[in-house]
Design a protein. Structure first.
Ligand SMILES: Nc1ncnc2c1ncn2[C@@H]1O[C@H](COP(=O)(O)OP(=O)(O)OP(=O)(O)O)[C@@H](O)[C@H]1O
Length: 410
């Protein structure tokens, strides 16, 4: 069952992504959507919005994102300015696709929402919600010192939300293909808010009859099949395992001394589970990561499966599941033959009984984990292989793999 992604409004829930068209006719051959519902405004952007001077929210190779205020309402937004031509190539189609994907995900609260679209002579401007992404990138906490970094409980909550967003996208056959800490924003950083997924510039629509093979992504987060030029699928997004590793430890598991070493680490799934930062973690968290850092996409856990992973269950959910299991074990035990001895329990006996039940629950939980670990080792999950990994360096950011003609200069 696809987990229901929190929706914004009932109106948003009813939005369709392809007005009067089938999904097939709205998709071109490379997995790009080509129809949008948004009205592209051609009047002057600055007539309606004031750019906040000096407030650049972010910059990618394709875009610069600036904070702005809508004159009519006084509300704040993030304006993403995207150049239409990049080194002589018309990239408008890619921008239209990004708009279409944002429209498709309009009912999912875990995805940034699109407010307005403008077309200027050389750029398109995507006016995105800002207030809900005011806490910045989760990258900042990933590179912070341990005392300022995410607590394990925070990672669990945020990871659940990321997976809700990704499961929603996958249910619509969209693969993001660039999930990394820079593309997961927070609604606030103190107190820690909720996540918003941004940047659908590399995303693609999947369809059964068509194989997509493209070289794209960011080196540390790219999946082995992308490096091997093998077909891309929703499993390609499950580099979420890398995200979980980074969020929990501050270490980028595949990062090598240079790009080649990083690629080698990825293609061999050269990842160390012996790092000190991993040793202190809940075993279920490590098992979660192991279920995703797998070479064969078919063997990786899906977003839905991840959402049901024991690590991401709340204490209450885990306890409820164990109680159900225990009840089924108890009911399967045959009734004892009556001996004529009174079966009435005293209060002390009942208390003792409860104690035994708790003990039994703990044993069952441990057994479940042990079993999972054994089976994943059988599936060929890497033993403690030596990997070259290290903490992030602020200045160290690889360019996206895709050959992008020219830098975006704004
Ligand atoms: N809605 C938003 N609110 C606040 N900041 C944002 C918002 N959207 C994007 N940003 C910031 O701007 C950065 C660049 O945006 P985005 O990733 O969409 O651009 P891009 O050119 O497609 O990037 P890349 O080259 O990494 O693919 C983000 O990493 C984020 O820090």
């Amino acid at each position: 069952m696809i987990p229901e992604c929190p929706v914004r409004t009932s109106e948003a829930r009813n939005r369709t992504w392809c007005h009067g068209q089938t999904a097939e006719s709205n998709r071109n051959r490379s997995g790009l959507l080509c129809e949008i519902k948004s009205i592209i405004k051609t009047e002057s952007f600055t007539e309606h919005y004031d750019l906040i001077p000096g407030k650049e929210l972010g910059r990618g190779k394709f875009a610069v994102v600036k904070k702005c205020v809508k004159r009519r309402t006084g509300l704040e937004y993030a304006a993403k300015f995207m150049r239409k031509r990049r080194k002589g190539q018309d990239c408008r189609t890619e921008i239209i696709h990004e708009i279409a994907v944002l429209e498709l995900a309009a009912s999912c609260q875990r995805v940034v929402s699109l407010h307005d679209v403008y077309e200027l002579p050389s750029e398109m401007v995507l006016v995105l919600e800002f207030g809900c992404a005011a806490g910045g990138e989760i990258f900042n906490q990933c590179v912070a010192e341990r005392d300022e970094a995410f607590k394990d409980e925070d990672v669990k909550r945020l990871m659940r939300q990321i997976l809700e967003g990704v499961a929603f996208l996958h249910s619509k056959n969209v693969v993001h293909l660039d999930l990394k800490p820079q593309n997961i924003l927070l609604t606030s950083d103190n107190p820690l808010g909720d996540i918003k997924i941004v940047d659908f510039g590399l995303s693609r629509m999947m369809c059964n009859s068509q194989e997509i093979r493209e070289i794209m992504g960011t080196p540390e987060y790219v999946a082995p099949e992308v490096l091997n030029y093998e077909p891309i699928s929703t499993a390609t997004d499950m580099c979420i395992g890398v995200l979980a590793y980074v969020m929990l430890t501050g270490i980028s598991p595949f990062l090598g001394e240079d790009k080649q070493e990083t690629f080698l680490n990825i293609s061999q799934i050269n990842v160390s589970y012996a790092e000190e930062e991993l040793q202190r973690l809940d075993k279920a968290a490590v098992h979660f990561i192991k279920s995703l850092l797998i070479k064969d996409p078919k063997n990786r856990a899906t977003a839905e499966e991840c959402l049901n992973h024991p690590w991401l269950q709340t204490h209450e959910q885990n306890a409820a599941k164990e109680t159900v299991k225990l009840k089924s074990v108890i009911t399967s035990i045959p009734e004892p033959v009556s001996t004529g001895i009174s079966s009435q329990h005293t209060e002390e006996e009942e208390e003792e009984e409860e104690g035994r039940v708790t003990e039994e629950l703990l044993v069952m939980a441990a057994y479940t984990l042990g079993q999972c670990r054994q089976s994943s080792e059988k599936e060929g999950l890497t033993p403690e292989q030596k990997a070259i990994s290290k903490r992030f360096k602020f200045e160290e950011s690889f360019p996206a793999l895709q050959e992008v003609p020219g830098e975006f200069i704004y």
